[in-house]
Design a protein around this ligand. Structure first.
Ligand SMILES: Cc1cc2nc3c(=O)[nH]c(=O)nc-3n(C[C@H](O)[C@H](O)[C@H](O)COP(=O)(O)OP(=O)(O)OC[C@H]3O[C@@H](n4cnc5c(N)ncnc54)[C@H](O)[C@@H]3O)c2cc1C
Length: 455
């Protein structure tokens, strides 16, 4: 391939020994065979990839951290623009900002910013990519304090479908700046992102209390969160312990002084008789890795998501009963409380519109053996369907699989028409379509799912 001599990074093709590894993403359900994977090092490499894909008429996928459940970071028979070598991180402690390359992972960004006692809203797992995460919104431990990751995005550099490098921020290319904060990878290849940082930690109160699986614990959780300050976030998961027994885990993180954290968390820790209580002062970097062991790469995964404006008694009972029937010990149901700073941003201020949601509910089916796929997918779909009457409109784009056109519309909600206009301006031919696709307004229909639907 001519691209080999045109870029300073490496082009990996099917005959190369790294190919099998390089084409894998986090979700073991994804098994795609690109024609080539271009590991870019510079912005010039990215521009060369776009030119090569155009002249060879190859479909293009963009890879940040490779964590997306839908697997759109890879494509069959096309060119993967892989940013995993673009790792530059520059912290400006005085301005409290950081600029990072499009291939940086959250663990890497957190480690660099914490050297100065700073952080921004990042992923729960250290191995998630900052780019795909932020472009879809970005839910994390600090979101009730400081907003979503996209709310902290100050500027970005992006290579468009025409191969032009643009800077986007409040004053330059403002329409694109708006679209990148929730519109996903539809508009070009983001080569670097600049974030607002905040003083965080370095030690804060965090950890989990685990209880036997019961509706009562979830009702307590709901009531407790009703009066929680913005500095507190408690994620709740229905899962299984090391002994395989079903349990409810409430993982709390208090972003503030340690004494205040102990005080605020006292009612949570005094509730019932926990099986385990490991809440204690911990380095922020440790908090940001608590979830890592639960979601190893390579396992088979299928997710379904809702937003909820309230956590009703009926939804709680449904979730508890369905969880008891989960076919795999690796499956879980997660509740992510929103509100706080997220809700103080207007629905149309950024492309991410789901500002009124109180919870994100995620059904995570995970299993190892291919023969168990049908049972696990069915379990997740059935529970999702039964919860639908209690759910709010919309879905978080970063939790979508290949679920078809209506779900893509739901993900962009009231901002779809404007996103579609901006797509027309920057990518009129829909060159970047390996994503939860926004069609250019000029094209027939507004949105379609990625080409690999597995509802
Ligand atoms: C185990 C696990 C934990 C997660 N935890 C959270 C969480 O705590 N909060 C949350 O909000 N989400 C979470 N997610 C979802 C996550 O936000 C999405 O999967 C996100 O897309 C991951 O970004 P990535 O760069 O790693 O993914 P990739 O798979 O590399 O990219 C996903 C898509 O984003 C686009 N994209 C990626 N990089 C670029 C770029 N540089 N320029 C343009 N487009 C790009 C492309 O369209 C690509 O197909 C989690 C996912 C997993 C698997």
């Amino acid at each position: 391939m001519a691209l080999k001599s045109a870029i300073s990074g490496r082009v990996i093709e099917p005959q190369d020994f790294e190919y099998e590894r390089a084409r894998r993403v986090w979700n073991g359900m994804i098994d795609r065979r690109p024609a080539a994977i271009a590991r870019c090092v510079t912005v010039g490499d990215v521009i060369a990839c776009i030119e090569a894909a155009r002249s060879d008429r190859l479909p293009v996928a963009i890879r940040g951290g490779g964590h997306n459940i839908a697997g759109n970071a890879v494509c069959d028979g096309g060119l993967v623009i892989d940013l995993s070598l673009m790792k530059q991180i520059v912290v400006d402690p005085k301005a409290q900002t950081v600029r990072a390359g499009g291939g940086v992972l959250w663990g890497e960004l957190d480690a660099s910013t914490q050297q100065y006692g700073l952080a921004t809203t990042g992923g729960l797992m250290s191995t998630t990519g900052i780019a795909g995460f932020t472009l879809g919104g970005g839910l994390g431990h600090l979101m009730r304090s400081y907003g979503l990751a996209c709310d902290n995005l100050l500027s970005a550099q992006i290579v468009t479908a025409a191969g032009r490098l643009l800077t986007v921020n409040r004053t330059e290319n403002h329409d694109l700046y708006w679209a990148l904060r929730g519109g996903g990878g539809n508009f070009g290849v983001v080569t670097s992102l600049e974030f607002q940082l905040h003083s965080v930690g370095p030690v804060l109160v965090g950890g989990s209390v685990f209880h036997p699986l019961s509706a009562e614990t979830l009702r307590f959780y709901r009531n407790f969160m009703t009066s929680a300050p913005d500095a507190l976030i408690v994620y709740t998961g229905l899962g299984r312990g090391p002994d395989g027994v079903a349990r409810v885990g409430m993982r709390a993180v208090f972003n503030g002084p340690l004494n205040d954290g102990e005080e605020v968390l006292r009612p949570l820790r005094s509730f019932g008789s926990p099986i385990v209580d490991d809440i204690r002062p911990r380095p922020y970097l440790e908090v940001q890795r608590l979830v890592d062991p639960s979601f190893p790469p390579g396992r088979r995964n299928y997710w379904k998501a809702h937003f909820l404006t309230e956590l009703s008694d009926d939804a709680i009972i449904l979730a508890v009963e369905a969880f008891r029937r989960a076919p795999s010990r690796y499956s879980s149901i997660a509740l992510e409380p929103m509100g706080g700073s997220i809700a103080r941003v207007g629905v149309t201020e950024t492309a991410f519109s789901h500002r009124a949601a109180r919870y994100s509910l995620l059904i995570l089916a995970g299993w190892e053996d291919a023969s168990e796929t049908e049972a696990n997918v069915l379990w997740a779909r059935e529970l999702w369907g039964r919860l639908q009457p209690m759910a709010a409109a919309g879905v978080y784009v970063n939790y979508l699989g290949g679920e078809g056109e209506q779900r893509v519309r739901d993900a962009y909600g009231p901002n779809l028409a404007r996103l579609s206009e901006i797509k027309s301006k920057y990518d009129p031919e829909n060159f970047f379509r390996m994503n939860q696709n926004i069609r250019p307004a000029s094209a027939e229909g507004l949105a379609s799912g990625s080409s690999h639907a597995h509802r």
